[in-house]
Design a protein around this ligand. Structure first.
Ligand SMILES: CC(C)(COP(=O)(O)OP(=O)(O)OC[C@H]1O[C@@H](n2cnc3c(N)ncnc32)[C@H](O)[C@@H]1OP(=O)(O)O)[C@@H](O)C(=O)NCCC(=O)NCCS
Length: 209
């Protein structure tokens, strides 16, 4: 790691964020949906109102944290502009990709949310989530490029994310982690996060700011 810089994400970071995500999560659904899907996914978080902090080392992005304190706004930024490419990619990948096919059923709920978010009469209304205004920052993604893992980048990156969340008015941060992701779970517990729920194959963790 050379001269780590932490900064807020910029809309032009979408391709770099997609690449870090794909390298860090090689076996996960979103990576198997392809680079175009990941770029669109991060573009939504890079829109105003959400929070992305990136770690830059040697002039390139080597880590990221992405979240939002406004789930309704995230739905609007993610689904209506991307429904057609997301649906087309999903159908094509279900036919050709084992990882996407394996989690297809559990992802159908997202498709329903996506369609509902387009037809929601008042686009400020949520179609599924219990809402915002509860002072919670929802952390959706944290990852470090594999070539830089183990160098202690995630801790200062997460600290910066928490600082920015607090400055935005959040009182806590929540995340979910797959229950067999031992390295991430060890990391969160060392960083003082508390496990609050075990839902299916995921743990929910929370930390007060
Ligand atoms: C979890 C993660 C964010 C931690 O970031 P990091 O900057 O590597 O964190 P650290 O340097 O503090 O290392 C964390 C632990 O991973 C270990 N580690 C790092 N690289 C490793 C590797 N390639 N293989 C095995 N262990 C590794 C470290 O030794 C340390 O172990 P410890 O808890 O026993 O001390 C990062 O490993 C990552 O991006 N993982 C893949 C994506 C992911 O799972 N994100 C979380 C989803 S909820």
């Amino acid at each position: 790691m050379t001269g780590l810089i932490l900064r807020n994400g910029d809309p032009r970071d979408d391709v770099a964020l997609a690449a870090v995500h794909a390298a860090a999560f090689p076996d996960y659904f979103q990576t198997h949906m392809g680079p175009g899907f990941l770029r669109r996914f991060y573009s939504a978080f890079l829109r105003p109102g959400h929070l992305v902090v990136v770690a830059v080392s040697g002039g390139r992005i080597v880590g990221l944290v992405a979240g939002t304190d406004d789930l309704r706004r995230l739905q609007r930024d993610l689904y209506p502009p991307n429904l057609v490419p997301f649906a087309a990619t999903f159908v094509a990948k279900v036919l050709t990709d084992r990882v996407v096919r394996r989690s297809a059923m559990s992802r159908l709920g997202h498709l329903r949310v996506a369609v509902a978010s387009i037809f929601a009469r008042d686009r400020t209304e949520s179609v599924t989530v219990s809402g915002t205004g509860d002072s919670t920052m929802y952390l959706f993604s944290i990852c470090i490029d594999p070539s830089e893992q183990g160098a202690g980048i995630a801790a200062p990156l997460l600290d910066e994310f928490k600082r920015s969340a607090s400055a935005k008015g959040s009182k806590r941060v929540e995340l979910t982690v797959v229950d067999d992701n031992d390295r991430a779970i060890r990391f969160y517990e060392r960083e003082g996060w508390t496990q609050t729920k075990h839902l299916g194959t995921t743990f929910e963790y929370s930390i007060d700011l």
